[in-house]
Design a protein around this ligand. Sequence first.
Ligand code: NIG
Ligand code: FE
Length: 422
Amino acid sequence: MKIDLLVKNCSELHTLKGPERPRTGNEMKDTGLIIDGALAVNEGKIIDVGKSHEIEKKYEARECFDATGKVVTPGFVDPHTHLAFAGSREDELVMKIEGKSYMEILESGGGILRTVRATRRSSKDELKRAMIKRMNTMLEHGTTTAEAKSGYGLDLKNEIKCLESIKELNQEHPLDLVPTYMGAHALPPEFDDHEAYINYCTETVLPIVVEKELAEFCDIFCEKGIFDVCQSRVLLTKAKELGLGLRVHADELANIGCSTLAGELSAVSTEHLVKTSEDDMMTMAENGVIGILLPGTPFMLMESEYSPARKMLEHGMAIALATDLNPNCCTESVPMMITLACLHMKMHPKEALTASTFNAAKAVGRNDIGAIEAGKKADIVVLDMPNILHLPYHFGVNPVERVYKKGRLVVDNNSDSKVSYF
Ligand code: NIG
Ligand code: FE
């Protein structure tokens, strides 16, 4: 049979084959490894996977890549990014080095509100150009699908600008985006009352976002001093009624009961989870809420406390990893998150791989990516390393050699010209 693409002789092919539900506990270590593996692709989809010597003889491929000495995995899925923002805040890193806390910077007019001012000032074209640059870097580092939140516009006009940018770029760029409305990210300067702003998000902005089909999910920064559990319940309940999936920024700086709320409302995910209690973990495990852990955030806040990943796994939670890409945690690199997860949260490299592929796909509601199995989209990453243990180990460099998006080569970091085909 003639096919479009054969990737053969993979030293390690991590297929992530297994049950079609978020992997929990010990399952996260099983990455469906095939030594000397191969995969066959036709019309953008994976059609066959197995031992190289068996797959090779079945197909005549128009394009063939010999992955001898390489690791091949599903494309990374980054399930938590604040992609739609303008400007940067590099000077706040210096303030943090000098001892200021995240909340102090926010309260003095920096932080999120500063990025809101920059994002409001940018035209849609300027915003999209900044986002494209980040999307190129994401793809070059192996991310083939990413969730993208709004939340730096806050008012109707600017939230719509951010969400429309996400929608347009999803069509214009090979990286796939999953849009989330996160108007409840901070109290904008034109409001002085949190309840009134939640009411504005719930009654004015959200229905328009849904009507224009600009979001699949709704998220809220449920945090001490930001939005409380009651306010979060109001917005999330309405979002659920309108058919959106729910995500919650929970337990990042303090535990005020947000992950219990997420369990109650059957949110798809809770995100951050640094201050999470064991009771919360059990509620989330029972309700199938996926914990999205963001080790880049405590790293950039220079905190010593990271998410208690091992306890979460013990309590049967499914875990995904994400970058949290935003002006405070300015990275597009999933490989770097894998290093941090292994070192600071004691995740095994294979657990971190599951968390960055299969479980991350489930955390953005996608069943057609996250594994190298017949029928899934051919989103594939070739890593320039002999085994997966090098992924956290060889840090601070880009381990990605090639990226295929729906079977098409979109990144070749190893060619002399470092070609990106997008
Ligand atoms: O997820 N925690 C809330 N929002 C972002 C940070 C946003 C910012 O500082 O601009 C986060 O870390
Ligand atoms: Fe975030």
